[in-house]
Design a protein around this ligand. Sequence first.
Ligand SMILES: C[S@@+](CC[C@H](N)C(=O)[O-])C[C@H]1O[C@@H](n2cnc3c(N)ncnc32)[C@H](O)[C@@H]1O
Length: 227
Amino acid sequence: MLPRSSKMPRDAVHHPVFARFYAKWSVTADEKGGVAAYRHELLAGLSGRVIEIGAGNGLNFAHYPSSVSEVVALEPERMLRKLALEAAVHAEVPVDVVPGVAEALPVKSEAFDAAVASLVLCTVRDVPRALGELRRVLRPGGELRFFEHGLAPGRGLAGCQRALDRTVWPLLFGGCHTARDTIAAIEAAGFELGDYRRFRVPESGPPLPASPCVLGTARRPLPDADA
Ligand SMILES: C[S@@+](CC[C@H](N)C(=O)[O-])C[C@H]1O[C@@H](n2cnc3c(N)ncnc32)[C@H](O)[C@@H]1O
């Protein structure tokens, strides 16, 4: 007989303490910290088939417009995935919640009109690989929508972020990093950058390590007509 611990395969992402914390904190941040409004802005105007990576407890689901025909939402962490499944039941658009990591999307190439990354590129193990996968599964011209916290513009806070990333932050917050440069990573992955804006969450008060945010769009380029 197998030892008890080897009966069930361990999830690709296993952060039960962080998952419990995030399930509560994220709802407060949405309702009292204004994050729900950013989710709404992130998803406004989307249509067709959408893939969302690291969907967490599914707080984006309520904000998908009815022009979206289907959302495939990946979430690797077991408890958050269970909460996402509950959120999917109440969503106005069909949402299929599945296990999986952004670095190896279990879907066909060029199958989606849009992809969504919200507060997740800070946490994936391999950002270039995750963005490469998103590019693969988007149709040419398909849109990447992103809402991420990341590297601060000022040297002081950026230095503090880098120090935290090397020490306690990823351990405390489920593998999260504060000093990732989302915009540079999206461009390096071969996306055409569209409009984006930078802001702080929360908007007032002293900036926290995860306060600097960016929200915007990018596209998988169309094939070069001259090529
Ligand atoms: C801070 S939470 C954000 C959740 C959700 N996107 C939101 O906007 O509230 C980060 C999420 O990324 C997930 N995650 C961690 N590593 C991942 C990976 N390699 N691929 C996809 N998702 C991952 C975590 O399980 C968690 O649900």
